[in-house]
Write a protein that binds this ligand. Structure first.
Ligand SMILES: [Cu+2]
Length: 123
């Protein structure tokens, strides 16, 4: 087995997914007028796992789950009372309005995936 070949075809597949789901849907972006922040859900980590945003404005986090394990199937924002199902391979938008500066955790339902949303006053 050629590991390099596997990696590059996996990479090509990722690029295809990104193109198909994120770049080929300009309509969805126009609907909210907010540029989504894309978060990859794979291998037990959110990428990026630390997301800095301004306070007081709606933000859109666009989760793309690649990890098929049940561990990754939900994302929870406890501080905001938000939980969203993340179908594999289907970008899922979560809209949040951080009203106060602070660090807000988001996790999977078992808290193995972990990320922080860091809201700071816009300068
Ligand atoms: Cu989990």
């Amino acid at each position: 087995m050629n590991i390099v070949a596997i990696n590059s075809s996996a990479f090509a597949f990722i690029v295809l997914i990104i193109w198909w789901f994120w770049l080929s849907r300009p309509k969805a972006r126009r609907e909210t007028g907010i540029k989504p922040i894309e978060v990859l859900v794979d291998n037990g980590v959110y990428t990026p796992s630390r997301i800095e945003v301004p306070v007081g404005r709606p933000i859109v986090l666009r989760f793309l789950r690649k990890d098929a394990s049940p561990c990754a199937e939900k994302v929870l924002f406890d501080d905001f009372g938000i939980s969203a199902d993340l179908p594999v391979g289907e970008p899922t938008d979560v809209v949040i309005v951080p009203k106060q500066a602070g660090e807000y955790e988001f996790t999977c339902q078992m808290q193995m995936y972990r990320g922080q949303l860091v809201a700071t006053a816009a300068s």
